[in-house]
Ligand binder design. Structure first.
Ligand code: BMA
Length: 316
């Protein structure tokens, strides 16, 4: 912890993200087939390429997931057709009938695990699937019953278990807090416990949800989450971060005292759902730069960058 204290004595940047001047970096015009919106994308590196897994909403209001690739992390080429659509398998179909949404990608042991929100007439669940090559995708399980979503996986097993952050509740204006859950096999999840509560922040009094998969740092697991505040004019989605103990990820070392990414620009404030910034993916460069990809106003995708140390300083 000495290293942490040293960091906190150095300058603290209260607004640590720099938004890309070309934002939004990806819009529906960039998708080579007709769609209503493209937003909330998972992100990772695959070899030398940046990968985004886009949530694309069609004109019926149903979402599917489509891949986009880039050499520089800014200019993305979107696939000609969707990659992951609602399953027709009778086990999955009823729960994905209204679409698959908000993917997160976590590399674990050479495979890429994708968590997503399965949306159907009975509520939302968290689905888990896997790919090795971003061509074949196999579903593994539903990690949760209804209503539980915003699942993100840790990139390695901890004390022999897979670990996931999850948000039960939070539907129809009810409170939603962040929990942590464990599994021996990605199928059976349990030993769940509360991790972060919405009442700790005045900016997120309604609900919280994990944003991006936890990042391994020398100080702990760093993870971003969104927080929702309801105002007389509707909801505002903003972003905070928390640092969790490496070996005991249910222990919160600290969290940012305030939000660190918020809707300010017109592209974040105006769209199908105004005042929303909603990250699902981040890529960390070798020098510690974090590229955060985030959905804006449920309409497009933006990019903001920061440094891992700047966020850690704010968490402690
Ligand atoms: C959440 C999710 C996100 C969406 C956000 C704002 O509940 O559905 O996909 O971006 O609401 O509408």
């Amino acid at each position: 912890m000495d290293g942490l204290r040293k960091l906190s004595r150095q300058g603290i940047n209260l607004s640590p993200f720099v938004k890309h001047p070309g934002n939004p970096i990806l819009q529906r015009e960039d998708v080579p087939y007709p769609c209503n919106t493209v937003f909330n994308a998972g992100a990772c590196m695959y070899g030398e390429e940046y990968i985004l897994l886009l949530r694309v909403e069609d004109f019926a209001g149903k979402s599917h997931l489509t891949l986009a690739k880039s050499q520089n992390g800014v200019d993305f080429t979107v696939d000609e057709k969707p990659w992951i659509t609602s399953s027709r398998d009778p086990y999955y179909e009823p729960y994905e009938r209204y679409g698959v949404e908000d993917p997160r990608i976590t590399p674990i042991d050479g495979a890429y695990y994708i968590t997503y929100t399965a949306y159907g007439p009975y509520g939302v669940r968290t689905g888990i699937g896997r790919t090795k090559d971003f061509k074949q995708f196999e579903r593994i399980s539903f990690a949760t019953d209804v209503d539980s979503k915003d699942g993100v996986l840790f990139p390695k097993k901890i004390a022999g278990s897979y670990v996931m952050i999850i948000r039960p509740g939070g539907m129809a204006g009810r409170r939603g807090d962040i929990w942590i859950s464990y599994s021996p096999d990605m199928i059976h999840w349990g030993k769940s416990r509360l991790l972060l509560t919405s009442e700790d922040n005045r900016w997120s009094t309604e609900k919280l949800g994990a944003a991006t998969p936890p990042l391994l740092t020398e100080y702990g697991w760093l993870f971003f989450y969104h927080g929702v505040r309801t105002t007389p004019s509707g909801r505002i989605y903003r972003v905070g971060a928390a640092l969790l103990e490496l070996e005991h990820p249910h222990v919160v070392i600290g969290r940012t005292p305030h939000f660190i990414l918020a809707p300010e620009e017109n592209y974040e404030r105006i769209g199908d759902v105004p005042n929303v910034v909603f990250p699902c993916g981040a890529v960390v460069e070798e020098n510690g730069t974090i590229r955060m990809y985030y959905g804006v106003a449920d309409t497009a995708i933006a990019l903001a960058t920061t440094h891992i140390d700047d966020i850690i300083k704010l968490c402690i």
